[in-house]
Write a protein that binds this ligand. Structure first.
Ligand SMILES: O=P(O)(O)OC[C@H]1O[C@H](O[C@H]2O[C@H](CO)[C@@H](O)[C@H](O)[C@H]2O)[C@H](O)[C@@H](O)[C@@H]1O
Length: 247
């Protein structure tokens, strides 16, 4: 849909849960925490992990966080034991017991971090190294966006990697790693099999997750305003997400 503002809020979660067996896939930055000037400056609401575990129990375990952050980084902000998660844009996935799901995630090839480190320094943007990818952050200097994107595209093409755009960021990931793949992987395993998947996210990389939910008979919920989108519903901001989830 081109006009995201025309999307309605989703029906109440409690009503949907009465009608169907739902599974929830939640993005992290911009969905569960407000966007901050830098990745480590986010303010995580008190007892978020505990509240997510309570929500997961309400859904009999059919809840997964699907983030662009590495799982290690996510755990540093929100202790995720007992919650299914996918990190690095779907490259690394694990179930609520901490067992890895699907193909093992691969780190970036040798030398790529060094190249990115030098390039980020020369461009004057911040490099976030992840277990299975990397991000060049230009939120502090949006005028560097085009140069950072061009540099990321050049490095990616030299190593058969992929580039993802995001809010104030351009990222390098393994080719084929995306949030849609993570949703499909979870949906092959209990307790997600044969359920109606719902993805909530704010950024362009969340569109893959929403598309996977649409394909599986579910839907996406866009947070904020961005178009085009494949979401079928919209919530205006992070507090609205908490309200809808009764978090
Ligand atoms: O998929 P997500 O959970 O939404 O993660 C996407 C990226 O989020 C982080 O960067 C973004 O949030 C930062 C904190 O608000 C902000 O400073 C930055 O400009 C945003 O791009 C994270 O640092 C990345 O690794 C994630 O991929």
């Amino acid at each position: 849909m081109d006009g995201a503002l025309e999307l309605s809020p989703p029906p109440p979660l409690a009503r949907l849960m009465e009608e169907r067996v739902l599974a929830l896939f939640l993005d992290f930055d911009g969905t569960l925490v407000d966007i901050a000037p830098a990745p480590d400056e986010i303010v995580v609401p008190a007892r978020l992990a505990e509240r997510l575990r309570t929500l997961s129990r309400r859904l009999d375990g059919r809840l997964a966080l699907i983030t662009g952050r590495s799982l290690e980084d996510l755990a540093g902000h929100c202790p995720i034991e007992g919650i299914a998660c996918a990190g690095s844009h779907g490259a690394a996935r694990r179930d609520a017991m901490g067992q890895a799901l699907g193909d093992a995630a691969r780190p970036l090839p040798d030398g790529v971090f060094d190249t990115l480190h030098d390039g980020a320094r020369d461009l004057g943007v911040a490099l976030e190294a992840k277990t299975h990818g990397a991000a060049l952050h230009f939120r502090a200097d949006p005028g560097k966006a085009e140069q950072a994107r061009a540099f990321a595209a050049e490095v990616a093409s030299q190593h058969a990697l992929a580039v993802k755009r995001g809010k104030g960021v351009v990222e390098i990931t393994q080719a084929g790693a995306d949030k849609g793949g993570a949703v499909r992987e979870f949906m092959r395993h209990a307790p997600f099999v044969d359920t109606i998947p719902v993805f909530i996210g704010d950024d362009v990389t969340d569109e893959d997750g929403m598309a996977a939910c649409n394909d599986a008979g579910g839907f996406g919920i866009l947070v904020g305003d961005r178009s085009p989108t494949v979401a079928q519903f919209r919530l205006s901001d992070v507090p609205s997400v908490y309200e809808w989830l009764s978090l």
